[in-house]
Design a protein around this ligand. Structure first.
Ligand code: SDX
Length: 435
């Protein structure tokens, strides 16, 4: 396209500026040339919560919110969910291509080799209270892993970096399962390296006295699909934390702990747990209209609805809804599904939600499936964090290799007092400002 520029006139001075467009965007630092006085700082962009700010260039995940499109490295999410294993998709996100048979075998063996955790991790986790929230245990234990691998701080060393990726992808299911077993007062179950990634996770969760865990293949595949759907999602809150914290070059363990902390919020990955509480609070289909009225009155949000990017149906929610039927064919139908289906139907026909383009998001149906599979609601966000570890690490690696990236340090618009308005005497004022 011709003339990829913007012409801007500063009406304070009458001066005009030509700003180059870059991928349809302007570089915020190009605004700094717009000044009234030569020693002015120049114009900044102001964007609380980064509603319209690109913090990076990325080739990992693409979302078209209006069309409800989600691509991982160019592959549509529904194709991957249908055809591939979670570890294949993890490899795609982390290394840019789907692995061939030989590469996949090496990748699966490497991940399997790193599922064990140091025995002291168990002692660390035993220190948590009996009713500690599994997400709090996960965030803390991810950070604690930093103390076991001091060489991980060499984040610019690709060999070290890839070793930590194997450890984090391999160990997060183990830590998640240990957190769950701790919350039930059950003994930890060691990984069984003869099982695949998701089956092994179920083994560490559910194995009791049987010598060998035999999981239900339908449930294992359903969990695999859910892991694929949750693996990455562009610059969401948790991933932004991964990039922002990672930009000061700490090790990936403390960085991933920061990302997991961001994910744990009820507006983000914690929403799936909130959806279950909401459905329990509604209690029955005939209570839905009153609940919807309360939402429209602004009393609370409809959890599992709405999205910063999707202004259409979240493509992941559509696939999860299909997966729910496969799970319920094994576990029996969950009464909450009927409430959720009716709630969705009513909401999608209501002008309040239509005008605001509020559709079910990935969290609306996932919790119902997880509960039907036997997970307690406080494990739902942990189940989100396991696959999202892959997305966090892929984005972290991309940030580290991006020559444009440096330590994140946004600006601010200062609205506080200056010495003269603070009633500070001039002589003290000079000391304060060091002149
Ligand atoms: C995830 O970013 C990602 O990609 C996240 C995620 C990922 O994979 O990483 O997709 C995972 O976090 C999904 C979202 C899970 N969260 C929830 O389900 C919580 C409920 N949803 C909302 O809190 C909300 O929709 C957000 C946080 C998801 C998005 O909020 P935005 O983009 O800041 O939108 P907004 O709050 O500015 O809302 C715009 C309007 C407002 O109404 P008005 O002030 O214009 O009258 O829509 C209303 C909001 O009140 N609104 C809702 C609503 N969500 C927005 N009203 C009722 N129920 C809701 N759920």
């Amino acid at each position: 396209m011709q003339n990829e520029t913007l012409s801007v006139t500063d009406n304070r001075t009458g001066r005009s500026y030509t700003l180059p467009l870059f991928q349809g965007s302007i570089r915020a630092t190009d605004l700094r040339q717009i000044k009234v006085e030569p020693d002015d700082f120049g114009v900044m962009s102001y964007d609380p919560a980064y509603l319209n700010t690109a913090c990076c260039q990325s080739s990992i995940t693409y979302i078209d919110g209006d069309k409800g499109i989600l691509l991982y490295r160019g592959y549509p999410i529904d194709v991957l969910a249908e055809r591939n294993s979670f570890l294949e998709v993890a490899y795609l996100l982390l290394f840019g291509e789907l692995p061939g048979p030989a590469a996949l075998k090496v990748w699966e063996d490497d991940i399997t080799h790193h599922t064990l955790v140091h025995e002291n991790i168990k002692k660390f986790m035993d220190g948590f209270h009996h009713d500690a929230h599994p997400m709090g245990m996960l965030v803390s234990t991810l950070a604690a892993l930093s103390t076991f691998y001091p060489a991980a701080r060499h984040v610019k060393d690709h060999t070290e970096r890839d070793l930590q990726v194997l450890r984090l992808v391999g160990k997060i299911p183990t830590i998640a399962a240990y957190a769950y077993r701790h919350s039930l007062g059950l003994p930890y179950v060691y990984p069984d390296n003869s099982l695949g990634y998701t089956q092994n996770f179920l083994n560490m969760l559910w194995k009791m006295t049987a010598p060998k865990y035999e999981g239900n293949p339908v449930l294992a595949r359903a969990l695999e699909v859910l892991f694929i759907l949750h693996a990455d999602h562009e610059q969401n809150c948790g991933t932004t934390a991964m990039r922002c914290v990672g930009s000061s070059l700490p090790d990936p363990y403390v960085t991933a702990a920061a990302a997991a902390a961001g994910l744990s919020g009820p507006l983000h990955g914690g929403a799936n747990e909130e959806v279950l509480k909401m459905l329990d609070e509604i209690g029955s289909v005939d209570h839905i209209p009153a609940y919807i009225d309360a939402v429209k009155a602004g009393k609370f949000k409809l959890m599992g609805f709405g999205h910063r990017v999707y202004k259409n149906y979240d493509p992941r929610a559509r696939i999860i809804k299909q997966t729910a039927e496969q799970v319920f064919a094994v576990t029996g139908r969950n009464a909450k599904l009927d409430i959720a289906l009716e709630l969705e139907k009513i909401a999608l026909e209501d002008p309040y939600f239509i005008q605001r383009k509020l559709y079910p998001n990935v969290d609306f149906y996932s919790g119902i499936i997880y509960q039907a599979m036997g997970f307690s609601p406080d494990m739902f966000t942990v189940l989100f964090a396991i696959p999202r570890m892959v997305g966090w690490l892929a984005q972290w690696k991309e940030m580290l290799d991006d020559p444009e990236q440096k330590i994140a340090r946004p600006r601010q618009i200062y609205t506080g007092r200056m010495p003269e308005t603070a009633g500070v005497a001039p002589q003290v004022k000079n000391e304060l400002v060091g002149v």
